[in-house]
Design a protein around this ligand. Structure first.
Ligand code: NAD
Length: 306
């Protein structure tokens, strides 16, 4: 108990908390002293319909265990209303977990605008709207913690998920920028690519694999990242599931620097292609300025190689 990470007095908003990972986060934070906004639209995993029952069941469960929680049934597309629920019920917001999600899996050949747009509305616009509404509170109190939810499909691509993978990789860029803009105000943002048994994965993973992937086993990483003691890990990407936690980062080959004159032709580039793709001496860039610094340093060192 003494070394338990606690969240007493804090207000945590979890979107899509009516089931799966969101429910695991909500019940955990309530059990560790936080007041929790349990948001869920209560639709199908394809984003159809709505039902207040999903959020209500979780709120009742938390209250029955002696915790504090309030339900919100808005779509994350109306993020301001979700944050308003936190302010009205508990007077503040400390942690935002952008977790709500849907799938519209279909091969790219057969994808319709509706499949693309709905995925972007829920994942990208929804995460934006919730974070945007929480941001002024975070800045004012000089404290905030954000978790955004990506996916391995976003990091690596996945058959039948062009819409979902594009939206999920957007969460990475979004998080990296929030981390940079929030640093001055002690607003820490990280992004996770989870793997867990839920209604989203129950039809695509076999039962023995699902048994190894309890949503509860994603929770400890999220708890560490949003705890007040985490003051350094921000703008980071993590893969997490089944008890395995790993950090990912960008890697750039040391690359080829060409002299920008008439000798810089496609065929000259092709001759040295192995240099472009050589990862034997990799770099790990963390910002756009990094590339310009690299060019400047190369010029200074006279590294005009070609
Ligand atoms: P889930 O379907 O069990 O939970 C998602 C919840 O979000 C549902 O309760 C749903 O009602 C809610 N929701 C959907 N649209 C909403 C909206 N517009 N507004 C409010 N709530 C809405 O799925 P899950 O597996 O727990 O997924 C949680 C998150 O993790 C999602 O963002 C998902 O894309 C991501 N993810 C999950 C896995 C996995 O292995 N389960 C893998 C990669 C990413």
């Amino acid at each position: 108990m003494a070394d338990q990470l606690r969240f007493d007095g804090q207000v945590v908003v979890v979107t899509g908390a009516g089931g799966g990972l969101g429910k695991a986060y909500a019940t955990f934070f309530a059990s560790r002293g936080a007041s929790v906004v349990v948001n869920d639209l209560g639709g199908s995993f394809k984003g159809e319909g709505n039902d207040s029952k999903a959020a209500d069941v979780v709120v009742n469960e938390i209250k029955a265990a002696g915790g504090k929680a309030v339900a919100n049934y808005n779509s994350v597309e109306d993020g301001d209303k979700i944050i308003e629920t936190a302010i009205k019920a508990f007077g503040r917001i400390d942690v935002l977990i952008n977790n709500a999600g849907i799938l519209r899996d279909i091969s790219f050949k057969n994808m319709k605008d509706q499949d693309w747009d709905l995925i972007f509305k829920v994942h990208v616009r929804g995460s934006y709207k919730c974070a945007r509404a929480a941001w002024p509170y975070f800045r004012k109190q000089k404290y905030g913690r954000v978790i955004n939810t990506a996916s391995a499909a976003g990091l690596f691509g996945n058959f039948g998920q062009a819409n979902y993978s594009a939206a999920k990789l957007a969460m990475v860029g979004f998080t990296e920028t929030l981390a940079k803009e929030g640093a001055k105000y002690n607003i820490i943002s990280n992004v996770i690519a989870p793997v867990a048994a839920s209604r989203m994965t129950e039809t695509i993973m076999p039962p023995d694999v699902l048994a190894l992937m309890k949503p509860e086993w994603v929770v400890p990483l999220v708890a560490v990242l949003v705890h007040k003691n985490n003051t350094s890990e921000s703008g980071s990407i993590f893969e997490v599931g089944g008890g395995h936690i790993a950090k990912l980062r960008w890697e750039r080959s040391s690359g080829l620097l060409c002299k920008c004159d008439d000798s810089y032709t496609p065929s000259a580039l092709l001759k040295k292609w192995d240099r472009v793709t050589d990862f034997s001496n990799p770099q790990h860039p963390t910002g756009p300025a990094d590339f310009l610094t690299l060019l400047e340093d190369s010029q200074k060192l006279g590294r005009n190689e070609q």
